[in-house]
Design a protein around this ligand. Sequence first.
Ligand SMILES: [Zn+2]
Length: 394
Amino acid sequence: MPGKSKNLCLQEGMAVQYTTLKVRLYPSPEQAELFEKTFGCCRYLWNQMLSDQERFYEETGTHFIPTPAKYKTGAPFLKEVDNQALIQEHNRLAQAFRLFFKNPDAFRHPKFKRKKDSRDSFTACNHVFESGPTIYTTKDGVRMTKAGIVPAKFHRRPQAWWKLKRVTVTKTRTGNFYCCILYECPVKKPESVIPTEKTAIGLKYSMAHFYAADNGSMAGAPHWLRQSQEKLAKLQRQLNRMQRGSKNYRETVRKYRLLHEHIANQRRDFVHKEARRIANAWDAVCVRDGSLEELSRYAAGGNLRDSGYGMFRECLRVKLERQGKPFILVDRYAPVTRTCSACGTEQEAAGGRKDSWRCPKCGAMHQREINAAKNIKAWGLARYFQLQERRDSA
Ligand SMILES: [Zn+2]
């Protein structure tokens, strides 16, 4: 998520929020062809820049990524697509390297993109000239450079005072086009909420339950999500038995992809609702800091395949921030699972992977994940108040 707001003059008491609208695009055959070309050009450029970077690094030991302009003579087809999309690809690769050089343990080295396992997508920034912006929305379309007005269906309308920053066009595996439009929206700064032990909650990621809270509650993936996943597994088994390339096989692949998309949508819905519920019910949320892993997968250009917990945490952060509530991170190496939340004794191992264990020192019985959530909350709050104190005395 972008944290930049340098070109926005803010009035006193105002803050910047980012909002994304996702709209379905209905491009004409020519526009669809242009999008396909743009996806291909972005992938081509990424791979070219990456291989040149690698060669240059090997030869000279210095890091350097040539700009998109350098490739246009040798690959004139790059001139046919939106130059902004190419510039974004350069920025993305540069960012992936910045993260990798800064922290090679947490971030993967950027890798080459292959058509079959990278997303069909491109991003373009909006530029406002005297003649007007390069990207804007109309009543029933999105105007883009090169493509012109692409018909679109809006579920929500942008407000007049929002500033369109950039668009990301993607094509799903089932052949549908979507556009995520990012807006910068000035809003009134919310009053800061000071949490107490009673109004704060600690959450621990859980494989089985999505999360476990310090008060013993658990989310549990909803029934229908599990049902869809079972269906998905069944289709997968059918595919394994089928003759590759046969008519039935292709039909089942299509079903499989549709269901896959459906699950992704269901999951996103679930994540947003759950985050909304928690952000409204509590004044502060403590979680373990694990953002590095997810970021690294994203930055390396790989596919992000996860339970949605990273998305959940990001949703929570945004929703809390908007209400002036703290989102508190606990060091991801903190031994939350093997410390007894009752007496603070740290075990060598908290009964391995067992669901429950008894503290040998004080005798307290612990449910593994709830105990961890209790520690996350206690340590998170302690750190939060410590920081507050330091700020007050400074
Ligand atoms: Zn104990």
